[in-house]
Ligand binder design. Sequence first.
Ligand SMILES: Nc1ncnc2c1ncn2[C@@H]1O[C@H](COP(=O)(O)OP(=O)(O)OP(=O)(O)O)[C@@H](O)[C@H]1O
Ligand SMILES: [Mg+2]
Length: 283
Amino acid sequence: MDAAPPSLPSQPSPGLGAPVGASASAAAPPLLSLRGISKHFGAVQALYGVDLDLPAAHVTALCGDNGAGKSVLTKTIAGIHQPDGGEILWEGRPVHIRNPNDAAALGIQTVYQDLALADNLDIVQNMFLGRERLRRGLLDEESMEQAAATTLAGLRVTTVRSIRQPVATLSGGQRQAVAVAKAVMWNSKLVMLDEPTAALGVAQTAMVLDLVKRLKDHGLAVMVISHNLNDVFEVADRIAVLRLGRMVAQDDASAFDRETVVDFMTSGVSRRSGGPADSTVLD
Ligand SMILES: Nc1ncnc2c1ncn2[C@@H]1O[C@H](COP(=O)(O)OP(=O)(O)OP(=O)(O)O)[C@@H](O)[C@H]1O
Ligand SMILES: [Mg+2]
């Protein structure tokens, strides 16, 4: 579990204040850049020299077929896997992310579909798991409840009945919302969501996509992995396509349409007219 980085204040993220315009980061380096990242597991080469930029205040969709390397790439950024080669730049400076605590200390949070929350604990307990606030040696329930409620309200998560509800009683979409709110509360700068809507119905999917947009509006970099191209085109500012461990295209979402994304996912190239003019095509 992600321990509290010592330098971070235990209060809701200032990122929930005034929305940040996308142009604010135009001159700055991307929040996170991968340069030539490779990773193998025994004989299996999962990633080949992958380049990826995740700018602040943008949603980047990571697309690719089953086995393309999306989860391995995510886990490399999250500190679960160590790359064999290549470089990770954070705000333009090289960093080593050796474990999930290193990732959390930088402000990187990953939301996994099922593993994000402890079912038997309530919403407040989940949001403060491992970083509980104390007051005179006792749990400061009041201040934790207040911070959790403020964060959820700031994200306009209004459908949960009580923040003292056990997470097991929440719907899939509400669970996602709590996991995202937790990431926001801990001053995250980059939130990665691996298939956040795969198990959700229409209304819940809309709620989660709305949350994703709100994170971006507050200046966070967001990376979303999705097989659902409707979701991708609904939220993504940028699209990156992995195929068999190689980054075959990466550009503004407006440079793609559904067909070109599918072309890149399945063959690594797209020759359709109207396709991306200046995408990186590496094979
Ligand atoms: N721990 C591991 N040990 C060995 N091989 C692995 C491991 N994790 C992933 N792989 C291999 O790396 C490749 C990429 O897997 P990855 O899980 O990243 O795919 P993915 O793009 O997330 O696919 P999906 O859409 O099915 O989730 C696959 O060939 C997979 O078998
Ligand atoms: Mg995966």
